[in-house]
Design a protein around this ligand. Structure first.
Ligand code: NAD
Ligand code: MG
Length: 355
């Protein structure tokens, strides 16, 4: 699969990645190579990864506990300290081997250690391959506030080895799939159409879809690296999706949803809003609802849930003039940003979702 050029770095795929690494990690260029992994990827991905590395540069491994709850400044402190103890200098490089938590946290650690050292992302979840590892945004959470602290610093390269997906649990696969569906809906109708035959796709087809998804995200980022305009297209499904994700996370009576599971519901609801704003036809809306509902389990919402989720939306920092702002679909494959929607319409979207 062809290498994709991003802003100042490239994304390499499968058969090319170890050649790239072995040609890059030369002792004359780097003093030490640090591999950052979490407790799952160190067990499931690291052995294969190390076996393919053939570099004479000394390698050190740093590990932290898996999970979003460890994506915080305390973990960074431990990693900055470990780097110091293990003799990292400005010529050291960090390889982030893991899902979005590892690539977000590792990118932030690298971009701040000694005012910034190089790093390479090696995403091991579908979500990190098609989304989190691309674009240069990194960061950590501050208490309940997601990604509150961070920088935009591009990696030296992103290396996607889809073989890592063989150990990824199904629900984590679906979570990444939600972002791929989003890429089709906001940018590319032909790409979206391929998901109509999802059950008949083999791993080779999936590899091609991953490659195309990276191309779509990368194109959006290239047009708007600092998120002033069109990059907001990537927020489709996320305005309501984030509110739903936070609500389920903070509510002890509810089973929390993975990011992609919440975004899947958010995309159905926001497609309804697009239809009601006469941007999307009824047939297109029904098709979107049908395809997403076929992949993701339905989520139950009662009246109180909907009220609370709408309250969370009102506090969204993206709002202007007290109104909630959305990126809505302007037909499948196109987006219209900065759209305002009333609370009544949001309520109707939830009512329609339940039926
Ligand atoms: P994650 O990194 O927590 O990975 C999910 C789980 O899968 C973890 O337990 C992990 O250890 C495990 N895992 C990873 N690779 C595996 C493999 N190959 N086999 C088996 N298990 C494996 O979560 P994620 O869904 O990858 O990423 C979510 C994070 O990404 C969030 O923190 C989110 O904020 C961030 N994100 C960032 C951006 C960005 O632009 N920077 C974009 C989207 C998401
Ligand atoms: Mg997302």
């Amino acid at each position: 699969m062809q290498t994709i050029n991003a802003n100042g770095y490239s994304v390499y795929f499968n058969e090319t990645i170890y050649n790239y690494l072995n040609e890059t990690l030369l002792p004359e260029h780097y003093s030490k190579v640090f591999i950052l992994a979490d407790s799952s990827t160190s067990e499931l991905c690291l052995p294969d990864f190390i076996a393919n590395l053939a570099t004479e540069t000394p390698i050190e491994i740093i590990e932290f506990e898996a999970g979003e709850q460890f994506k915080n400044i305390e973990t960074c402190y431990e990693i900055w300290s470990a780097l110091t103890e293990l003799g990292a200098d400005r010529k050291s490089i960090i390889l982030n081997l893991g899902g979005g938590v590892v690539t977000d946290l590792g990118g932030f650690v690298a971009s701040t250690f000694k005012r910034g050292i190089e790093y390479i992302n090696i995403p091991t979840t579908l979500l990190a391959m098609v989304d989190a590892s691309i674009g240069g945004k990194n960061g950590v959470d501050l208490g309940n506030l997601k990604n509150q602290i961070g920088t935009i610093t591009t990696p030296k390269a992103v290396l996607i080895d889809t073989h890592f997906l063989t150990t990824l649990p199904q629900n984590e696969m679906r979570s990444g799939l939600a972002e791929m569906l989003k890429h089709g809906l906001i940018q590319d109708k032909d790409y979206w159409d391929k998901f109509k035959m999802l059950s008949s796709l083999n791993t080779e087809d999936l590899d091609i879809l991953i490659h195309q998804s990276v191309e779509i995200k990368n194109n959006v980022v290239l047009q708007d690296p600092t998120e002033n305009g069109i990059r907001k297209a990537l927020n489709f499904g996320h305005t309501l999706g984030h509110a739903i994700e936070s609500y389920f996370l903070e509510n002890d009576d509810k089973k929390s949803l993975l990011h992609g599971e919440a975004i899947a519901v958010g995309m159905i609801l926001e497609s309804y809003l697009s239809m009601e704003k006469n941007l999307l036809s009824k047939e297109e809306y029904q098709e979107i609802k049908y395809i997403i509902s076929d992949i993701f389990e339905p989520v139950d919402f009662d009246k109180t849930d909907i009220e609370k989720i709408t309250e969370l939306l009102i506090h969204d920092k993206k709002n202007e003039f007290g109104k909630v702002q959305f990126a809505l679909l302007d037909g499948i494959g196109k987006i219209k940003i900065n759209q305002f929607v009333t609370n009544d319409l949001i309520n109707s979207a939830f009512e329609d979702y339940k039926n």
